[in-house]
Write a protein that binds this ligand. Structure first.
Ligand code: SF4
Length: 350
C-alpha cells in the first residue's frame, strides 16, 4: 500500500449487531447438537465468509423449504421468513428454529396489524431482498413495495386517509427520510411506527460512518454485496463526498484507491465478522487503528425460545454425559451473554 497512509480510523459501532450475534450463535449450536447436514433457509446472514464457514461445518443453505428432507433439522435466517415458509418448515417434521431478528418481527407485526385494519401499506425496501420478501408476505394483498429511489408516484391507495408506511430495517437513513417526508405531504393522515423501523444497528453504523467519512480521504466498508445495510453504509459515506468502497475481505482491497490518501477509514456492515475487518486493516498497512466512536451499544437478543428449550432439555436429559457444551465455551444457557458470534465462528473453524 502507498506510504502516504499514516492513519487508519475505525468506526464504532461497526460490524455484528445483536440480531446477527444471536443468529450465528444459534446456528453454531445447531451444528454442534445435530449431525450434518443441518439445513438453513436462506443465508443465515448476508456475509460470504460467514456462510462459507457454516458450509464447511456441514450446513446446507437452501432457497426452498422443499429442499429440506423430511425430519431434518432446519433453521430460518435472521432476515425473517414468510408465514407460509415458517409453516412449511414446521411441517417437515424435524426440529425447526426460527432465527429471525426481533426487530424484523416488529415490522412483520406492523404489516399484519395495519392490513387487518384496512390500510394500504407502503413498504420502503429493496425488491427481492430476503427481508422484504418475508415481510411483505404477511399481507401481500395490502402491501406495495417502493424502492427508496423510485418515489411514490405509482402508489395509488384505495383510501388516501388509510395509508401506512413501513420500512426494511437496513435502509439508508437519508433515503428513508426523503420517502417519509414525501409520504407525509401526500397523505396527511399517514400511519407510521412511532419508533422508526430502521433498526438501532443501522442508524448507529450510519451515524458512525458519517463521522468517519468527514475525517477520512477514503473509506472502506467491510461486508458482502448482498448485505443491504453494508450497501447503505457505502452510500451514506459517499454522500459525504468521500470515496468509499465495499470490500468482502483483504483480497478486494485495491492500492489504487489510496494514491492520495493519508487517512483511511474502516467500518463494517452488521453481518461482517471482526476477523474480516482485522484482515482488511492489515491489508491497508497495519498502521494500528484509532477508534472513532459515536455511541456505545449494549443490545443483546437471546437465542430463539425453541432453541433454548431444546438445549435445556438436552442438558437435563443427558446431565453428566453430554452437556451441550461447545469446546472451551459456555455450557449453560444462562452464560449466553458471555460469548460472542466471533467466538462462535472460531468454534466452527476448530
Ligand atoms: S441489522 Fe438490525 S434488523 Fe437486521 S439483524 Fe441486525 S439488529 Fe436485526
Amino acid at each position: 500500500m502507498p506510504d502516504m497512509i499514516d492513519t487508519v480510523l475505525l468506526a464504532a459501532p461497526r460490524g455484528f449487531c445483536a440480531g446477527v450475534e444471536m443468529a450465528i450463535k444459534a446456528l453454531t449450536w445447531m451444528v454442534r447438537v445435530f449431525p450434518a447436514p443441518v439445513y438453513c433457509y436462506h443465508e443465515i446472514v448476508h456475509n460470504a465468509s460467514v456462510v462459507e464457514g457454516f458450509e464447511r461445518a456441514g450446513v446446507v443453505f437452501v432457497e426452498s423449504i422443499d429442499d429440506v428432507p423430511p425430519g431434518a433439522p432446519v433453521m430460518l435466517s435472521a432476515h425473517g421468513s414468510a408465514p407460509e415458509v415458517v409453516a412449511a418448515a414446521r411441517e417437515r417434521g424435524g426440529v425447526m428454529i426460527d432465527a429471525v431478528c426481533p426487530l424484523v418481527t416488529k415490522v412483520h407485526h406492523e404489516v399484519k396489524k395495519r392490513a387487518a385494519d384496512g390500510f394500504d401499506i407502503i413498504y420502503v425496501g429493496h425488491h427481492g431482498h430476503d427481508e422484504a420478501v418475508g415481510t411483505m408476505a404477511e399481507a401481500p394483498e395490502a402491501v406495495s413495495i417502493v424502492d427508496p429511489d423510485e418515489g411514490l408516484d405509482r402508489f395509488i391507495p384505495r383510501d388516501p386517509g388509510r395509508v401506512a408506511l413501513v420500512a426494511q430495517t437496513t435502509l439508508g437513513l437519508f433515503e428513508w427520510e426523503s420517502v417519509l417526508d414525501d409520504a407525509k405531504r401526500r397523505f396527511p393522515h399517514l400511519w407510521t411506527a412511532r419508533r422508526s423501523d430502521l433498526c438501532y444497528a443501522t442508524t448507529n453504523r450510519q451515524e458512525a460512518v458519517t463521522a468517519l467519512a468527514k475525517r477520512c480521504d477514503v473509506v472502506l466498508v467491510v461486508g458482502s454485496e448482498n448485505s443491504s445495510n453494508t450497501q447503505a453504509l457505502v452510500r451514506v459515506s459517499q454522500a459525504q463526498g468521500t470515496p468509499s468502497f465495499r470490500v468482502d475481505g483483504p483480497e478486494a482491497v485495491d492500492a489504487r484507491w489510496f494514491t492520495a490518501a493519508e487517512t483511511v477509514g474502516v467500518t463494517a456492515g452488521a453481518s461482517a465478522p471482526d476477523q474480516s475487518v482485522r484482515a482488511v486493516i492489515e491489508a491497508v498497512g497495519d498502521i494500528g487503528g484509532e477508534v472513532l466512536r459515536v455511541t456505545t451499544e449494549d443490545e443483546y437478543f437471546p437465542l430463539p425460545p425453541s432453541l433454548r428449550t431444546l438445549l435445556a432439555a438436552l442438558q437435563a436429559v443427558v446431565e453428566g454425559g453430554y452437556t451441550a457444551r461447545l469446546p472451551g465455551r459456555p455450557g449453560l444457557l444462562q452464560d449466553d451473554r458471555s460469548w460472542g458470534a466471533a467466538e462462535a465462528l472460531d468454534v466452527l473453524a476448530d
